[in-house]
Design a protein around this ligand. Sequence first.
Ligand code: ASP
Length: 334
Amino acid sequence: MNRRKFIQNTAITGIGISAGMAALACAKTSEEKKTNTEKLTISGSFPLVIATWDVKEATAKAWEVMQKGGSSLDAIEQGCMVEEANADGQSVGIGGLPDRDGNVTLDACIMNPEGDYGAVVYLQNILHPISVARKVMEETPHVLLAGKGAEQFALEIGFEKVNLLTENSKKAWEAWKITSQYQPIINIENHDTIGMLAIDQKGNISGGCTTSGLAYKMAGRVGDSPIIGSGLFVDNEVGAATATGLGEEVLKTVGSFLIVELMRQGKSPQEACEEAINRIVKKSGERIKDFQVGYIAVNKQGQTGAYSIQKGFVYTVYQNEENKKHIPEYYMKS
Ligand code: ASP
């Protein structure tokens, strides 16, 4: 069963419980929320979580953390951890499809409302790269650790060594090796990064992004997901954005930073996502048919936006007591 189906099938009970809890918590905090709302002239209600793909269990976790008064940073970490621990998802964390040599290598980054950033790239044998990224941000003088150094850091601070290559992913890799053809294909399960943005009850924004990258990639390849400004960008004064899809294209246009800057200049999250996709489209010519990029964004007022190149991209928003999958507009329709 693929990750999206798995989540569709298992999310119902979890969401029911979380929604109930959210309703209770909401009643408790409505006064507090009103004060925040007045202060910040917020149009949407908080907390709010938005994430790439259909990841309702992950958004429910993040929402639950914030409903209990937790910060958007804690919500992001715990929300992303849900997907990282899901062995059936073949694009994030354990069970992620390996590189062409059979090694599962993970990339992740996180940003807090203060604008701090932490990331790990090419990390192996560790279940929760998002948590290691947070530790890099909070406990080292650096912002990005790679490969063996990142693994060594994680082990030193108490993370356990885990085999990330599941039987299913190993079988898929062995089947791929027969032809060894590498071509990133639109919207198949070989690229499904989880990018997540959250606004907590105080109106503070954080974001995270976690992935096993492109399936059967060259050893050493790192995509956009852990790179500040490309796979993720948060500016607590303005808003935040995150990406999924062919990382090379997102990196070349520094997409998430671009979206936040466009929102700073007055564009809505939707307009900003569309402009960032249009930049890729303009540069790509005929190649545009062959790959996918999707963006999601949120502004300080709690308005959201999403746009992709191709059909097939979906995202999840948990806002106003509702945890829901959305289908955005896309460029190839026009
Ligand atoms: N953006 C990721 C990468 O290029 C892939 C994905 O979205 O799944 O590594």
